[in-house]
Design a binder for this molecule. Structure first.
Ligand SMILES: *Cc1c(COP(=O)(O)O)cnc(C)c1O
Length: 292
C-alpha cells in the first residue's frame, strides 16, 4: 500500500525520504500491511486511537480499502490533525485526556462492534511492513556505516532492525529521541522497558510512554545506541529539512536530521516525515526557540 520513496545522497548522508509517503510518514508501510491483510481476511471496519500520524495513516488506508474507520482522539489533539483525519471520511470520537484513555475507549468500540483494532506500533505485521524501508534502500545504496532512526514506541526501530537482518547489513544503529520523550533511552539505562511518568517535548510523534519488551530485546541484541537531542535541535533539523528538500516535517524527523549531522561516517538517515507540523506551528516554534 506504500510508495517506493527516493534516497537522496548528500555529503556522505543518504536520506530515505518517507516524508514523501502520501499519508506523510513511514507509518503507511506497517499499517498498510496490517490493514490490507485484515481487509483481505474480511475486515472492513477499523478503529485507531491515535491523533497523530498513525490515526491519519489508518484513516488514509481505510479510505483506500473502502472501509469504515473510527478514530478516537484525546482532547489535546490539534485541530488541523482532526480536519485532516476527517477529510478521509473517518468518524471522530474525542475522548480522554491522553492517548491511554483514548485507547481504552477505542478498545471498547472494538469489543462492542467487532471492529479491527489498529495499534500505532506494537504488532509483528507492522514491523514487517516497516522493514521494507531498509530492504528498499539496499537496492539503491551500499551498506552504510551508521543508520539514524527516531524512536517513539519503537515500531520503526524494530522494522529497521528486521530490515538490516534481511539485508545482511552490519550497520551501527542510532536511536534518536528528544530529552522529553526518551522511553528508549530510559529503558537502556534501566536495562528493561520502563513507563515514563510524563512526556514533554515538541516531538509529539515520539510521545510513547513505554517500549514493548520484544523491541527492547531486539535493540539490545543489535547494540543500538541512544542519541538525545534538545527540542531546539529538533526544530533546527526541521529548518534544515525544509532547506534541503522543501518539506515541512515533524520535529521527530527534524531530530534525525539534527543527530545525523554530528557524524562524518557514511550514514543513512531515515526521514520518518509526519504531518503534525502545520505552517502555523512551524512559525510558532521558530519564535519560541529563537531561531531565525
Ligand atoms: C510514529 C512516528 C515516529 C515513531 O515511530 P514508532 O514506531 O512509534 O517508534 C517517528 N516519526 C514520525 C513522523 C512518526 O509518525
Amino acid at each position: 500500500m506504500h510508495h517506493i520513496t527516493p534516497v537522496f545522497e548528500m555529503d556522505n548522508v543518504a536520506y530515505k525520504m518517507d516524508c514523501y509517503q502520501p499519508s506523510g510518514s513511514f507509518k503507511l508501510r506497517g499499517l498498510g500491511r496490517l490493514m490490507h491483510l485484515a481487509n483481505q481476511n474480511g475486515s472492513n471496519h477499523f478503529v485507531s486511537s491515535s491523533g497523530g500520524n498513525a490515526g491519519l495513516t489508518a484513516a488514509f488506508l481505510a479510505n483506500k480499502l473502502n472501509s469504515e474507520i473510527e478514530v478516537v482522539l484525546p482532547v489535546s489533539t490539534d485541530h488541523h490533525m482532526i480536519r485532516k483525519i476527517e477529510a478521509y471520511g473517518a468518524t471522530i470520537h474525542v475522548h480522554g485526556n491522553h492517548w491511554a484513555e483514548a485507547d481504552e475507549y477505542a478498545r471498547k468500540i472494538v469489543e462492542n462492534k467487532g471492529a479491527f483494532y489498529v495499534h500505532p506500533f506494537d504488532h509483528n505485521i507492522i514491523w514487517e511492513g516497516h522493514s521494507t524501508i531498509i530492504t528498499e534502500s539496499m537496492k539503491v545504496i551500499n551498506e552504510p556505516e551508521e543508520i539514524y532512526v527516531s524512536v517513539g514506541g519503537g515500531g520503526l526501530l524494530m522494522g529497521v532492525l528486521l530490515g538490516l537482518e534481511a539485508a545482511q547489513w552490519n550497520t551501527k544503529v542510532f536511536a534518536v529521541e528528544t530529552f522529553g520523550a526518551n522511553a528508549f533511552h530510559q529503558a537502556l539505562e534501566a536495562g528493561k522497558p520502563v513507563t515514563l511518568e510524563k512526556i514533554s517535548s515538541v516531538a509529539r510523534s515520539l510521545g510513547a510512554n513505554r517500549i514493548p519488551n520484544d523491541i527492547f530485546l531486539k535493540a539490545q541484541q543489535h547494540e543500538v545506541e541512544s542519541i538525545l537531542v534538545s527540542d531546539k535541535e529538533a526544530i533546527q533539523g526541521c529548518v534544515r529539512a525544509l532547506d534541503l528538500f522543501g518539506s515541512l516535517v515533524d520535529p521527530a524527523c527534524g531530530s534525525v536530521v539534527s543527530a545525523v549531522s554530528k557524524s562524518e561516517k557514511k550514514r543513512l538517515a531515515i526521514m520518518c516525515g509526519g504531518r503534525l507540523m502545520s505552517h502555523e506551528k512551524y512559525v510558532e516554534y521558530l519564535g519560541a526557540f529563537d531561531i531565525c
